[in-house]
Design a protein around this ligand. Structure first.
Ligand SMILES: *Cc1c(COP(=O)(O)O)cnc(C)c1O
Length: 395
């Protein structure tokens, strides 16, 4: 714990100060320690460091001072006792599961998770004998009904992508804990600025730091946050299996955390304005944004989130042709599936992120051909409106 980690500090302060360790040179900004290994003063010290008897760095697959600064700062923002960083969001999810589950164990997961998470659970982890039942994101009774004696983990992500459906974190946690089951939340969409699942009783939070925590689309990274007795297992897995965060990426993400709050608040404010404008547009059939009073779960969203976040989805009046016309007439919005960037992005989920699932499954999940997802960045809302209005006018 550094001198700046005193819990009395508010999140804005923790974001720019928590976790910093200064070297003997007194650098003001956090240093980037590009070194694969660390030297010891003696053979005896080397032995103690390897056995864990003495704390300290050994090898950057185990720990690195720049990575540690990022971990402490993110832990402070999530209100977590501890955090371990990973090479990507997917390696955070994989590490969490393989650290805590074994062959024969069972997961209950939301049916509207990030696509690669679904693939990880249903293909890769299934081959190791860890099975998953996917249940309705918004129906706690379905989660309870899916519990088996070997269920070890509830895994969810809220709001869902791209329909922004809200999972009731407190209700699902109460069900899981009554059965001794761990709960993990992928908090990538909200970040700790908008939602702090650990405060609602969740055991572990995972992040794709690639998205909002970087915020400028440069590097991949991930993290698992929670009580140290749980993250220690993840750390043991990582130091052996290897998908740890690189020092350079940690340094970029550490600086990303400093502006996370101002970025998210500004992006969410723009998203709220854009959603309200879309809702009044004659060529728009429906808007999905938790911050809108018309969102069916607006109240629940506002109970567990500080704002609606910065992802807005909407259905145009029409199908694929009309949705693609909106995309293809954008000059400003970037056509990319990434999100969380200060540059606004637009995606047609049915033909990209959700293109691999069958049309029937897509329809059942509510991903229509007219649906578009906008991850709102920092441009002027009026410019975003003008860009979308061009394609909408052609419908
Ligand atoms: C992008 C994303 C991931 C995966 O993260 P990577 O850093 O790309 O591995 C996981 N969950 C959600 C919600 C995401 O958006």
């Amino acid at each position: 714990m550094s001198e700046h980690d005193k819990p009395a500090y508010r999140p804005e302060t923790l974001a720019v100060r928590a976790g910093q360790q200064r070297s003997q040179f007194g650098e003001h900004a956090e240093a980037l320690y590009l070194t694969s290994s660390f030297v010891f003063e003696s053979a005896a010290q080397a032995a103690k460091r390897f056995s864990g008897e003495e704390e300290g760095n050994v090898y950057s697959r185990f720990s690195n001072p720049t990575v540690s600064m990022f971990e402490e700062r993110l832990a402070a923002l999530e209100g977590a006792e501890d955090c371990v960083a990973t090479a990507s969001g997917m390696s955070a999810i994989m590490a969490l599961v393989l650290a805590h589950l074994k062959q024969g164990d069972h997961i209950v997961a939301s049916n509207s998770l990030f696509g690669a998470t679904v693939q990880l659970f249903s293909n890769i982890l299934a081959r190791t004998g860890i099975t998953t039942t996917f249940v309705s994101h918004t129906d706690p009774a379905a989660w309870e009904a899916a519990i088996r004696p070997e269920t070890r983990l509830f895994f969810l992500e809220t709001p869902s992508n791209p329909l922004t459906e809200i999972a009731d974190i407190s209700a699902l946690t109460a069900i899981a804990h009554a059965h001794g089951i761990l709960v993990a939340v992928d908090n990538c969409f909200c970040t700790p600025i908008v939602q702090r699942p650990l405060d609602l009783g969740v055991d572990l939070v995972v992040h794709s730091a690639t998205k909002y925590i970087d915020g400028q689309g440069r590097v991949l990274g991930g993290a698992v946050c929670g009580a140290k007795k749980l993250t220690d297992e993840v750390f043991k897995y990582l130091r052996t299996a290897g998908p740890t965060l690189s020092a350079f990426n940690a340094w970029v993400l550490l600086k990303g955390l400093e502006t996370l709050q101002v970025r998210i608040e500004a992006q969410a404010a723009r998203a709220a304005r854009l959603a309200a404008w879309l809702e009044t547009h004659p060529k728009v059939a429906r808007v999905f944004y938790p911050g809108l009073p018309s969102h069916p779960q607006h109240q629940l969203a506002m109970q567990q989130q500080k704002s609606g976040g910065a992802i807005v989805s909407f259905e145009v009046k029409g199908a694929r042709e009309q949705a693609w016309a909106v995309v293809d007439n954008c000059r400003l919005l970037s056509i990319t599936a990434n999100l969380g960037d200060v540059k606004t992005t637009i995606t047609h989920p049915a033909s990209t992120t959700h293109g691999r699932i069958t049309p029937e499954a897509r329809a059942a999940a509510g991903i229509s051909e007219g649906l578009l997802r906008v991850a709102v960045g920092l441009e002027a809302v009026e410019d975003l409106q003008d860009d979308l209005a061009r394609g909408l006018a052609l419908i």
